[in-house]
Design a binder for this molecule. Structure first.
Ligand SMILES: Nc1ncnc2c1ncn2[C@@H]1O[C@H](COP(=O)(O)OP(=O)(O)OP(=O)(O)O)[C@@H](O)[C@H]1O
Length: 487
């Protein structure tokens, strides 16, 4: 008889959220206490630097906060000393000198790190935490490309994800060779996304795909107690379908929703940049992913990474790298760490069958239906374009536009909307650039205004924008889907 109840499952999940929130509140409190202490000690430049850094790294203005009257760092330390003394009959030791060998190790590895990215810092003795600092200084929205992301600040768990990655790097620094540590730092810089910031409601349509992905990955992370034995979660999930249909968005939404660490690997980065070292890179990547678990590894453009082994005159390094991915995926199946491999491919029929077998769950991401297209037009070109200083507006018949765009992908529609808005802006740019006065306007005596974007403007762009996917291509997906998709 099961002892689980809806409320216990829900509260286990809520508890995890609560822990994350508490960790972040504690982190913020520490920063404010430090700020106050720096000010009291007249270390004003450091105080300013702390405010600036916190703003850029965490989108938080700690200068707007103040320590409560009965609190300060010295009091907290004093109280800790007293309680420690009472418990252990001795005073706590807070600091010690850095040993020469520790200093030397930190200096050399930091110098190598900096050299690797072509930026040796001025003061190597301070560059001990370069990798950490870089992690913390990232903008939460970098690496997003054209994905429509929200600007309401980092989610609460961003800090704990960064914390997990920092701890994993620290383990590498202490227990693995310098070469492995360097690879780990590279992965953390170039492939680790602490905040993919894509939410389910950013993804229009795709209800079936969203449901399947939630069942396969999101719920097992949220309610692990339910997914045991035969219900143990799938470790590998393949998202396939025409280009630009939102496969990457789906993977990012999983990571955002589950608050998992997210590693974004594209074939081009691995194959071209690390050809010689790609095998090692994959090993370190999976190892880091386990250390940061729960984690999603997103392998994009899997077809270029995982074509049939031994085909044509395949490069030896590339063959070894693929074999390493297969070995690592087998390793995941045997371990208890929650690491999901999400892979995306536009050419599933070109995939290595051994890999397809390991990606047990296959989800077909189809072209958007009419309702999804309508929702996309409304999201990309709403009545008032947000965050635009010109206050651009639209008057669009979304139903008609959705009707006219059958066969277009989400990415096609995004491109059309962007081009339409750009055309409206071009009229302004022409006036601004018109030094000869050929347009007949003088921008000096006019307020800048743009006409609302109307349906005909979008239709004009539509006339010369054809969908990326062809009928023939779609038929091939259908054939593959029938053969392989497991629903
Ligand atoms: N369902 C959707 N809802 C909202 N936007 C979408 C959707 N599908 C695609 N887009 C838009 O298209 C862009 C590209 O989508 P995405 O990169 O996720 O597609 P993809 O399937 O991974 O493409 P590819 O196979 O070419 O890598 C998104 O950033 C978004 O602007």
């Amino acid at each position: 008889m099961s002892t689980l109840s809806y409320s216990s499952l829900k509260s286990a999940s809520n508890l995890r959220d609560h822990d994350d929130r508490q960790r972040n509140t504690r982190h913020r409190n520490i920063l404010v206490l430090i700020l106050e202490y720096l000010k009291e000690s007249a270390l004003l430049e450091s105080a300013d630097a702390l405010v600036r850094e916190t703003k850029s790294a965490h989108h938080q203005d700690i200068s707007a906060l103040k320590v409560c009257d009965n609190m300060d760092l010295s009091t907290i330390l004093l109280e800790y000393e007293c309680s420690y003394l009472a418990r252990l009959q001795k005073k706590p030791r807070f600091i010690r000198e850095i040993l020469p060998e520790e200093k030397a190790k930190a200096t050399t590895s930091s110098a190598r790190e900096a050299a690797q990215v072509g930026r040796v810092g001025d003061d190597l003795s301070q560059s001990d935490g370069d990798a950490d600092r870089e992690l913390l200084q990232r903008s939460p929205h970098q690496d997003h490309g054209d994905t429509q992301s929200r600007s309401d600040g980092p989610p609460l768990t961003r800090l704990s994800l960064i914390g997990r990655m920092k701890a994993a790097l620290e383990t590498y620094r202490c227990h693995n060779g310098d070469e492995m540590y360097e690879l780990a730092v590279t992965i953390s810089r170039e492939m680790f996304l602490d905040d993919p910031n894509v939410h389910w409601d950013d993804i229009k349509g795709m209800e079936d795909a969203k449901r399947l992905v939630k069942e396969a990955v999101v719920y097992p992370v949220k309610y692990p107690d339910l997914f045991q034995g035969i219900l143990a979660p799938w470790r590998g999930l393949l998202l396939t379908g025409p280009p630009g249909t939102g496969k990457t968005m789906l993977a990012k939404a999983v990571a955002t929703e589950c608050k998992t660490a997210f590693f974004n690997i594209t074939a081009s980065t691995v194959v071209s940049k690390w050809r010689g070292e790609s095998e090692k890179l994959i090993r370190v990547l999976f190892d880091l992913a386990r250390k940061c678990a729960p984690t999603c590894i997103f392998l994009d453009e899997l077809d270029s990474l995982m074509g049939q082994r031994g085909e044509h005159n395949e490069h030896e390094g590339s063959r070894r790298m693929k074999t390493e991915i297969l070995i690592q995926m087998d390793g995941l199946a045997r371990c208890n760490d929650v690491v999901f491999v999400l892979a995306a491919s536009n050419l599933p029929w070109e995939l290595d069958t051994a890999m397809v077998r390991r990606l047990e769950k296959r989800v077909f991401v189809d072209l958007p239906g009419v309702e999804a297209r309508q929702a996309m037009f409304a999201a990309f070109l709403p009545a008032v374009l947000e965050h635009h200083p010109l206050g651009m507006t639209t008057q669009l018949d979304y139903i008609e536009l959705a009707r006219l765009t059958m066969g277009y992908s989400g990415s096609d529609i995004y491109g059309i909307c962007k081009e339409t808005a750009m055309r409206a802006l071009r009229k302004i740019l022409a006036v601004l650039d018109d030094e000869s006065g050929a347009t007949g306007y003088s921008c000096l005596d006019q307020t800048v205004s743009v006409d609302p974007i109307v349906t005909a403007d979008v239709v004009k762009v539509l006339h010369y924008t054809k969908p990326v996917e062809t009928e023939r291509g779609l038929a091939k997906y259908k054939e593959w889907k029938q053969q392989f998709e497991a629903s």
